[in-house]
Write a protein that binds this ligand. Sequence first.
Ligand code: AMP
Length: 392
Amino acid sequence: MKIMSINAGSSSLKFSLFDMDTENVLVSGLFERIGIEGSCYTIKNSEFKIKQDAELNNHSDAVKILLDKLIELKIINSLEELDGIGHRIVHGGDKYTDSVVVSDQVVEDIIRFSDYAPLHNPAHAVCIKAFREVLPNTPMTVVFDTAFHQTIAKDRYLYAVPYEWYEKHHVRKYGAHGTSHRYIAKKLAEELGRDDLKIICCHLGNGSSISAIKDGKCVDTSMGFTPLAGVVMGTRSGDIDVSLVPYVMEKEGKSVGEIMDCLNKKSGFLGISELSSDSRDIENAVKEGNEQAALAQKMFVNSVVKYISQYYVELGGCDVIAFTAGIGENSAATRLEIIEELACLGIKLDVEANNVRGEVRCLSSSDSTSMVYLVPTNEELMIAMDTLALIK
Ligand code: AMP
């Protein structure tokens, strides 16, 4: 069976087409700058890579080119060969606890939840409509990034603010990266042959979040009402005292919007190092003796360690600490720095085993009290797997 995963942004559309018998990617690609001057697309697999300028006035243009190209490149012979399409959706509010088949009601809900994800949800809805126009009979599903976190208990998802904010305006923790955390929990359960694991999953990339997972269900997560909360990130501040918002607004003569922009786009690694949001640049600058880069790295590690220790207690111990995403999968040095801070819990890395990237591997030493694992994430495959399960 052939299933396509779609991840639409406000001006982009990423896709991967899977052969679900092997779970291999047949072809993948990206349509960029949709509705902006200079739009183009890339389509590739192990045998070819095409990069082409194209007029992409809207998502419908991208969908039409994508489907034409799949046939032209002989990836499929006809559109009937597409057995299902799964759309990644950033926000499902507190309604969606699982992936579902697309219906008019689902599209309406996605638009309704745009308040929580103003850049993403409207684009998802537009993209689903574009696919439904061209492929009215192809089964389609939506996979919500917030769904996995809906098992978090009320005493952990609420903020200690007036209760009516929750009742009237749904102010609560929603979390993000749920599809990735769920994939890692599933992979670890398969790898270790156990579904009763206590897992602390560290998704460390440009955006980072940490989840506490018990028996495959999410117990807590570090992102909050929006992805701004939690650990220090590439350009996001992570947790702060909100009182600094009005204080800096007054001192700098800035609007709420400008301060929020700073907290989302000019903070984190970038804000502290004044150098880069990219952890590779930070690591290189630390080696060259850059003190602000070293400070940014230490603050990042501190914040990750803080959440791991909190979740260790929330879970009543931990079987596995898992690392995933760009930094988690690639930076042996950062993993080592984090785990060294957990020595008082008896958690230890095998330094040789830790010298790896891009594969599922146990990184902890044999006498470590918890296992440490590297598990590369694959949100696209998770979306395709959900789609296959739903359309079957
Ligand atoms: P993601 O958001 O998952 O794509 O992750 C992006 C982050 O991963 C960036 O901060 C990158 O610097 C980081 N990253 C990617 N590759 C490496 C690497 N080889 N070593 C260290 N960090 C990496």
